[in-house]
Design a protein around this ligand. Sequence first.
Ligand code: FMN
Length: 325
Amino acid sequence: MPTFDRLLATDLAGVALVNPVLLAAGTCGYLDELADAIDLARVGGVVTKSITAQPRPGNAFPRVIDARAGMLNAVGLANVGVEHFAEHIAPRAADVPTVVIGSVAGFSIDDFVTVAAAMDNAEGIRAVELNVSCPNVHGGAEFGADPEALAELVGAVRPVLAETRLFVKLSPIAVGAPGMVEVARAAIRGAGVPAGPNRRTGADALCIANTIPAMAIDVRTRRPRLSNVTGGLSGPAVHNVAVKLVYDVYTSVTKEAGVPVVGVGGVMRWEDAAEFILAGASAVQMGTALFADPRSPLRVINGLRRWVRTQGAQSISELVGTVEI
Ligand SMILES: Cc1cc2nc3c(=O)[nH]c(=O)nc-3n(C[C@H](O)[C@H](O)[C@H](O)COP(=O)(O)O)c2cc1C
């Protein structure tokens, strides 16, 4: 098990992390597939690939391509479905030597509730992360682009979670203020009654953000490079967009509400992670960087430790949101 690191230890909505660097959903397998490449005890946590109520083959290939400053993917939520996950994968979560967060996706509120309830039953899953960048079969729009639909979704999932924390990963489709800020407000407000004493009706933490809708075209064949035509952009190209979203949401909503934010998008080097921290994130996730080098989180963690020391802080949490404007 990891040793305590005073400078980097982070409390994320009641979940104790050895450091604030997590591996992002869909980029590190279901659980511990990267364990051969990186000692998982040294990262803050792993987020599972998004799990849906039914198994999904995902989109046709090619569904992951490189872009000039990152990647485009249209994996289409390929996964084994919640039954297989609950029976064969989730029971191993308790043996993973770091915090496991279960990513939940769906096309209706019932889908999300079903998968979140199964995750809540798994001993080793400390939090669920709702991937709300999915079209709602009822309304058509993404849950993450519709504050009312999102509040209803969060309010429906909350009561099925006992000790498991509820994180919501916002979609950058609501990019720019007030869009993103309104969506963030809805996510932490939720709907309905709190599940227990001192429990929120809404999210315990927000992850900002998922990939940005994008498209690439092969100019020789004049065909889209992804079989799905469009996909999600990730990597360095999205980093500064995500930093601004974190900053907007932190300063307008979450700082006052006391809800931590996780910065996601283009963390390749420690400086990218530090930027997110200064903008208001309490932790970060890395995805695209793992495809280039699965050990890159270790360099980010070491760089952050040196940075905290040189900033004269006792703990990285002191630096959250301290960008000087
Ligand atoms: C190949 C691939 C698959 C992904 N699958 C998921 C997924 O299943 N669920 C999810 O919430 N995000 C998924 N994402 C988005 C990442 O978790 C992350 O939000 C995004 O890539 C931005 O971070 P990055 O720039 O560090 O990659 C995926 C990203 C990639 C590149």
